[in-house]
Design a protein around this ligand. Sequence first.
Ligand code: HEC
Length: 103
Amino acid sequence: MKKLTVALLAGAATLTFAATAQAEPDGEAIYNQACMACHMTGAAGAPIKGDADAWAPRLEKGMDVMYKHSIEGFQAMPARGGHMNLSDEEVKAAVDFMLEPVL
Ligand code: HEC
């Protein structure tokens, strides 16, 4: 019986952790770590954060496409910015942070 309680508690702790981890990924921190190298400098032709002209034609494709291309990659844009450890939610949070000034 004691063992079962411990297992249940451990299970509950894992669930709580997963729920908080998913709640709100820090888009700014992820951008700084995974996207900034290209999207601050324009390296490889990357649209620069805050450059409304560069983003306007891309935004016309819709946010779903922005998310999809960030996750799966698009031409010179590597999938997940080359950080395959990022979850879809984390990549989306970075997209939201990056596009926030031009939306
Ligand atoms: C190695 C450089 C590099 C890194 C790192 C990088 N990008 Fe990009 N990204 C690019 C380039 C280059 C393009 C332009 C691709 C094109 O239009 O040919 C691009 C385009 C995009 C687009 C527009 C896609 C479209 O359909 O027009 C989004 C959104 C984007 N990146 C998000 C991100 C996010 C989010 C990250 C971090 C998780 C990231 N990028 C990291 C180089 C990079």
